[in-house]
Design a protein around this ligand. Structure first.
Ligand code: BTN
Length: 333
């Protein structure tokens, strides 16, 4: 599935800047330096992905609604001054993390962003599937090349969750997500964002990493098997969100968090503190852990200095390194 044709982005920009008038096929063809039949083909492509365009070759075309697409031409001007200076956009792709890992292996620069309107093989942690409905969510992967040992990457991934938290708050300060260690964001006890950080590393050095962020933004419903665990910003707030605004806010917040980690020796403490402040589950919650070899139950007791979740059991304080864990329902008392 190829990267979005750059002429499609130009066409949307052109129609958006003339949103109230009919633009003739000839004018579009001239401005984009393409043939009239090519204009028609691009218009059809936009209609296929749900952009509402009235008109036909004889009369010209008019955009009926400004589409909320994550096109590089719309996003890049909002990202000036950040490390995110290259955005690749796909209407449909298997997984943005897969394509980003491929490009990273081919030396793509730090700050390359990969966005899709739809994923057909979106991946979550633990080989789970990430439901990726067309144009409803944000499916975003970025390449980072942090000069850090692999042991510091957990803290970096906690900072990504903080960046998502901040971006949601910037768009609507009334929405207060709850962070679930290590990388989930919840609203009303259901998940609306997950983060999949993958890396290629030596023992002491990260060569590159890809941070994949999936945010359920404007979904109005989910498949049956996700209904009890997944939600979207739209379901929780009752309003449609601008994916473009949220995506820009997210990448700007991520740029800030990343710059702090790379430049400020006190950043790690700040990340651990802020993560715990924004997580109702990091302390004092009953949890059951299955870590592959054994199962244990206890009470969460904050994060250790590396970013691992501590659990106080009857015998001792343990850390959750991997595996699955389940929080008990909060008591109503
Ligand atoms: C999780 O909570 O399990 C992590 C979900 C991560 C989903 C995102 S969507 C963009 C990127 N591409 C993928 O295939 N996965 C991540």
């Amino acid at each position: 599935m190829p990267e979005t044709d750059a002429r499609l982005c130009k066409l949307v920009k052109l129609l958006t800047s003339h949103a109230t008038v009919v633009v003739s096929g000839t004018k579009i063809a001239d401005e984009l330096d393409i043939s009239r039949s090519e204009v028609w083909r691009l218009i059809q492509q936009l209609r296929e992905i749900g952009v509402d365009i009235e008109g036909h070759p004889a009369t010209g075309y008019q955009l009926k609604a400004i589409p909320d697409l994550l096109l590089p031409g719309m996003l890049l001007p909002l990202l000036r001054g950040t490390i995110f200076s290259s955005v690749s956009h796909y209407y449909k792709i298997g997984s943005t993390n897969d394509i980003a890992m491929e490009f990273a292996a081919e030396d793509a620069p730090e700050g390359s962003v990969f966005l899709a309107e739809q994923q057909t093989a979106g991946r979550g942690r633990g080989a789970r599937e990430w439901h990726s409905e067309q144009a409803a969510g944000i499916y975003c992967s970025v390449i980072l090349r942090p000069e850090l040992p692999p042991s510091e990457i957990l803290v970096l991934s906690l900072a990504v969750a903080l960046a998502v938290y901040d971006s949601v708050q910037q768009v609507d300060a009334r929405v207060i997500p709850d962070l679930k260690w290590p990388n989930d964001l919840l609203l009303g006890g259901k998940k609306f964002c997950g983060i999949l950080a993958e890396m290629n590393a030596e023992i002491t050095r990260v060569r590159y990493m890809v941070v994949g962020i999936g945010i359920n933004v404007n979904q109005s419903h989910f498949p049956q098997d996700l209904q009890t665990s997944a939600t979207s910003l739209r379901i929780e707030t009752g309003t449609e969100w601008s994916r473009l605004d949220l995506c820009a806010a997210l990448l700007k917040s991520l740029d800030r968090e990343y710059a702090q980690i790379m430049q400020d020796s006190g950043a790690r403490e700040s990340i651990l503190r802020r993560f715990q402040e924004r997580s109702s589950m990091a302390r004092g919650r009953q949890v059951e852990v299955a870590d592959g070899r054994c199962m244990f139950a206890g009470i969460t007791d904050g994060l250790d200095e590396r970013g691992f979740l501590k659990v106080r059991t009857a015998q001792r304080v343990r850390t959750i390194l991997s595996g699955t864990f389940k929080f008990a329902e909060k008591s109503k008392a």
